[in-house]
Write a new protein. Sequence first.
Length: 207
Amino acid sequence: MGWLERIQRPGPSESTDGATDESPPPPLERSSPGLAALFEPLSEDGLHSVLDLGHAGQRHLGLLSRYAQRIRFAGLIPRSADDEEWTAALRSVPPNVDHPYDVVLAWDLVDRLEPEERPQVMQRLAEVTAPGARLYTVVDTSGAATTRPLRFTLVDLGRVSQQAVGPPEPTKGQLLPAQVERVLAPFQVQHAFTLRTGLREYVAVKR
């Protein structure tokens, strides 16, 4: 059960007058065994269909183009707590009828959802994906009371850059592995990786 180990994060720094420094941390580039596992069985034939819930970037797009003929960036991650509810936002993502999505980059979607939103959101993702579709997501396992929304950018197929943006927000509560498995249904967890940064990556396949 070594992959369940958690690593303590240092707390926020304090200035000399005792005030907490809330400035966003610099971008972090890290290895991503989860992304490597997501892409490993895929063929570089350009025939896949990718739904990325984040924003487009040139290098990011170039890497996905090695695998996908169809790529849709939903632009939903990161999002503010003031934005519309997730279920409504995902309704604006139309199904790809001719070639349903077979890869979903959900990033920290699960951490951003309210408990009551999770079943509806996962049902919507199930509606727009093909049987056997592969989904990648990451959850915070640090146990911190607050977290910042993250912007993710693919650097390579096994590396990602993450940038904290916006003010800290209350977490929705730490999700244990068994809870994540229930949340992701009808996607079934195939791989899980615990990182030194206090994150855990999941790769799940639609049953």
